[in-house]
Ligand binder design. Structure first.
Ligand code: ADP
Length: 487
């Protein structure tokens, strides 16, 4: 077990603008450990002035960064990957004390980030355009991909470390400079650590800038990003409700906005599925990071012949998950991020129970640790069963269905369109059903939550738009038509 005292305290707590840390001494706000309420750091409380300085620095750095040779960008990204790898133990610890992240998910976040940085190192060598036929004799036409300019990113607290790297590395790999505003719930894991790593790796001043802020000040900072002509793209990961506010504002500013939002991700288990594999995929998909990941499974639809055996095996596995202090290596389920999250989860579970749902396991909390919970016999219109409502916690609804058609119909009853999964012994059938899902992601014989940085994760409908991996080139570059008349 890694004890809290054995780790160095968090020291980086101020903004990182134009390659320098801002001076301490201004207003601060406390950054709490969600498990025990200890203050882990006092963080600088930034506002519009810092946001403006960060945008100006990114704007000034843009021409230089856009012109940086691919070999140099590659060197910097590889160095950032090595530093991230070297600092693994410390990052895992900070993720635990700042965001309640258990060791397995924290290690996953670090490895995902290292892999992403090593892949992004090569994206500077992707082709930058095409030569196009022209109807005009003597005309040579080229579609040339250019970076956009300054990309302003909003990072979330849930996959704080890896999603912040995604927010930073994707636009930067294609030649954009970046300003990020980390979530106030986990500002160190969701941005300040990245600035430390980028600084040590030697990224040029202004290419990455981080502005931290107190709860309640997100909108004031976001307004600076929206109003600034230098900011050419908004890159948001978070909830659909905040995304609607930002997308409306970005629309008025005519700025493109990339949105990685939530989901109500269903899993279908057909009667011919491998039971043990389906149970493993469900436990992982539903309860990893306490169900606080946009790709988590919210509902499992099981063909009736397998339903009872599946539910029994799932209940046994779930009840055995170890809950508690995320700094203990044995803990699988840590705390939810804050009291509001616990209240929302508890209220929705209670509402379902009051209306006749059966608790298969869980439905109790210990401080902010909410036990992984499985509900059966849930009325279709209970909030936890509604595809329109993402319950961001460890709550899973299990329903019996008569056949795959009924499962598909129920699984699709959601305005979200992020991920889905199908478990079956018949691969052809699985692939056939997969093609009928209206989601950005669908997995056959794997959980709804598959995390590989090279893959084009992303949603449709209320889950947003934009894709990760090198597919992000579509989002973070624009095409300039260039013609040359000759002869
Ligand atoms: P979650 O509910 O998962 O915390 P949010 O959508 O609230 O997701 O937060 C994601 C990011 O959006 C965070 O960086 C947060 O500070 C920011 N944010 C939240 N509300 C606003 C707002 N009204 N304007 C701008 N940014 C916001």
């Amino acid at each position: 077990m890694t004890s809290l005292a054995a780790r160095p305290a968090i020291t980086t707590t101020t903004h990182f603008i134009n390659g320098a840390w801002s001076e301490p001494g201004g207003p601060t706000f406390p950054d709490y450990n969600p498990f025990d309420d200890q203050v882990v750091a006092e963080i600088a409380a930034g506002g519009p002035a810092e946001a403006e300085a960060a945008v100006a620095a990114a704007h000034a750095a843009f021409p230089g960064w856009a012109a940086t040779a691919p070999a140099e960008r590659q060197r910097l990204f590889l160095k950032a990957a090595d530093i991230t790898e070297r600092r693994r133990a410390e990052i895992v610890h900070i993720l635990a004390v700042e965001s309640g992240c258990s060791a397995p998910f924290a290690h996953f976040q670090v490895q995902w980030s290292v892999n992403l940085l090593r892949q992004a190192a090569n994206w500077g060598y992707l082709p930058v355009g095409e030569v196009l036929p022209s109807d005009t004799p003597g005309r040579f036409a080229m579609a040339v991909r250019k970076p956009l300019g300054v990309v302003a990113g909003f990072t979330p607290w849930n996959g704080a470390f890896n999603l912040a790297w995604r927010t930073i590395a994707l636009p930067m790999a294609f030649g954009n400079t970046v300003v990020i505003k980390p979530s106030e719930e986990a500002p160190v894991s969701a941005g300040l650590l990245h600035a430390e790593i980028a600084a040590e790796a030697g990224f040029p001043a202004g290419s990455l800038n981080v502005v931290v802020h107190a709860p309640g000040d997100a909108a004031a900072i976001s307004e600076v990003f929206m109003a600034s002509p230098a900011v050419r793209c908004i890159n948001f990961t978070g909830s659909a409700s905040t995304a609607r506010i930002l997308a409306e504002r970005a629309g008025r500013a005519l700025k493109p906005i990339v949105l990685e939002l939530g989901g109500y991700n269903p899993m279908i288990v057909l009667a011919d599925a491998d039971l043990a594999h389906a149970v493993d995929a469900t436990v992982f998909g539903a309860f990893f990071h306490q169900g606080q990941i946009c790709l988590c499974t919210r509902k499992v639809l099981v063909e009736r012949p397998l339903h009872d055996a599946f539910l029994d095996a799932l209940a046994a596995r779930t009840a055995a998950l170890s809950c508690g202090d995320p700094t203990k290596a044995s803990t699988v389920i840590g705390p939810l991020i804050n009291d509001r999250a616990v209240r929302q989860v508890a209220a929705r579970v209670e509402e379902a129970i009051a209306r006749g749902a059966r608790v298969v396991t869980g439905a109790a909390s210990h401080g902010r640790v909410y036990e992984p919970t499985i509900l059966a016999d849930v009325p279709r219109d209970a909030v936890v069963a509604l595809g329109s409502e993402e319950t961001f916690g460890p709550v899973l609804v299990v329903e019996a269905v008569e056949d795959a058609e009924e499962a598909l119909e129920r699984a699709q009853a959601t305005p979200y369109g992020l991920s889905a999964a199908i478990m079956t012994g018949d691969q052809d059938r699985g692939l056939d059903l997969a093609q009928r899902f209206d989601t950005g992601i669908v997995h056959v014989n794997a959980p709804t939550l598959v995390g590989e940085p090279s893959l084009p994760n992303g949603g449709v409908k209320d889950s947003g738009w934009g894709r990760s991996g090198h597919y992000a080139r579509e989002d973070f570059t624009e095409i300039r038509l260039t013609t040359l008349n000759h002869g």
